[in-house]
Design a protein around this ligand. Structure first.
Ligand SMILES: [Zn+2]
Length: 336
C-alpha cells in the first residue's frame, strides 16, 4: 500500500496563477549503467550547483529544493556549498534516500533493495532517522520534504517520515510502474497534489510532473502500456506514437525533454485543471560526464538554456509564478 489512503485534494485558490516548483535529486556520482555500489560516494558535482543559480534561478527568484542523499550531507565540501545557498535564502534542503549508500549498512546491495520501501520497515526507518539527523546537524535545520530514491516508497514509508517530522513527500510518479525489478506501481496516481494522513499527521504529496500529450492522450496510460509489450516493442510502436505526436509521454525534466516538449506537457495538464508543476533533474547533471544526459560542455549549455527558456516561458507567456516547497505547502494549507 502506498500513500494514497485517507487523501483529499490539495489546492490553491481557484484564481491563483499556476505554480512551478524546482526539485533537484541531489546525490553522489555513480555509473548509471552499472550495479549499485556502496563505494560510489563521490560528490564533486555538488560544487557545480551554484552555476544554475547564477544563470537561471537568481534571475527568476526561484528557490529550488535540493533533496539530498547521505553522501551529500556527510561530506564537508558539498555541505558547505549547499549550506551557503540555504543560508542566503537561495534553496531549501530536503531528504533523498539512496539506501545503498545510506547507513546503517546491513542489507545486501541489489536492485530489489535499492528501493528502500522493500527493506524491513525497521531498517528503512533507521536509514531515514540517520540521514535526517545528519541534515539537522550539518545544516542546522530539520528537513521537512522527502523524495525516495528511485521513487521507492513502501508500505511503511509514510508513517516513518511522518514520525520524523516530514510534512511533504515528492516520490510519486503518476501513471508509472517500476515492477521489472521490484519497484512501486503508481499507475493509479495522477498529477494532482493531495493531502494524506500518516501516523496521525497530515502530509502533502507533490507528484512528479509527467503525463501524456497528443490527440490519443485520453487512452494514454493504457495505450502506452500496450506499446511497451514485446510484440509492440519490435514494431517500435512507442516511437511511432511519439514521432507522430499522437501520444507522447513527457517528464518535466531538462534531462528527458526539450523546452518545446515541456511547454506542450504544461499546457495540456493546465487545460485539465493542473495548478502545480514540478521541474526536476539530478544534481550530477550539472557537471559534464556524470549522467547520461550531460556528456559534453555543449550538452551542459543546452541543459541550462532549456531550464532558462522554460522558466521564462512559464512566467512571461504561461502567466505562472515560482514557489519554494514550503511556500506552496503554506499556501495550500491556507486553502483547506
Ligand atoms: Zn536519486
Amino acid at each position: 500500500m502506498l500513500i494514497k489512503s485517507d487523501h483529499s485534494p490539495a489546492q490553491l485558490a481557484a484564481d491563483a496563477r499556476p505554480v512551478l516548483l524546482v526539485i533537484i535529486d541531489t546525490e553522489e556520482e555513480f555509473a548509471w549503467d552499472r550495479p549499485f555500489d556502496r563505494a560510489s560516494t563521490g560528490t564533486v558535482s555538488i560544487g557545480a550547483q551554484p552555476l544554475m543559480h547564477e544563470q537561471v534561478f537568481d534571475r527568476f527568484g526561484i528557490v529550488p529544493t535540493y533533496m539530498c542523499d547521505y553522501p551529500v550531507v556527510s561530506t564537508g565540501p558539498s555541505i558547505a556549498t549547499l549550506r551557503r545557498l540555504m543560508e542566503e535564502g537561495r534553496c531549501e534542503i530536503g531528504t533523498h534516500l539512496h539506501p545503498w549508500v545510506s547507513p546503517p549498512h546491513t542489507e545486501e546491495v541489489n536492485r530489489f533493495n535499492s528501493y528502500a520501501g522493500n527493506l524491513p520497515p525497521e531498517l528503512e526507518y533507521e536509514k531515514l532517522r540517520t540521514i535526517t539527523a545528519a541534515i539537522t546537524d550539518n545544516f542546522g535545520r530539520a528537513p521537512t520534504a522527502f523524495k525516495a530514491g528511485r521513487y521507492g516508497l513502501g508500505p511503511s514509508t509514510a508513517e516513518s517520515i511522518a514520525a520524523l517530522g516530514y510534512t511533504i513527500d515528492a516520490s510519486v510518479v503518476p501513471y508509472s510502474a517500476f515492477r521489472d525489478d521490484g519497484g512501486p506501481d503508481f499507475r493509479a496516481f495522477d498529477e494532482h497534489p493531495y493531502w494524506f494522513g500518516a501516523g496521525g499527521r497530515s502530509l502533502l504529496e507533490l507528484p512528479v510532473t509527467t503525463g501524456y500529450t497528443g490527440w490519443l492522450r485520453s487512452f494514454g496510460p493504457h495505450l502506452f502500456e500496450l506499446a511497451q509489450q514485446p510484440a509492440a516493442r519490435k514494431l517500435r510502436a512507442g516511437g511511432v506514437l511519439a514521432r507522430s505526436r499522437a501520444l507522447e509521454r513527457i517528464r518535466l525534466s531538462p534531462e528527458m525533454a526539450s523546452d518545446a516538449e515541456m511547454r506542450r506537457l504544461t499546457s495540456t495538464l493546465r487545460a485539465d485543471g493542473c495548478q502545480v508543476f514540478s521541474l526536476t533533474y539530478h544534481s550530477p547533471s550539472m557537471a559534464v560526464g556524470h549522467t547520461p544526459y550531460v556528456r559534453s560542455a555543449d550538452d551542459l549549455s543546452r541543459f541550462i538554456a532549456t531550464v532558462h527558456d522554460y522558466c521564462a516561458w512559464f512566467r512571461d507567456e504561461f502567466g505562472g509564478q515560482f514557489m519554494s516547497l514550503t511556500q506552496l505547502r503554506d499556501s495550500m494549507a491556507a486553502q483547506r
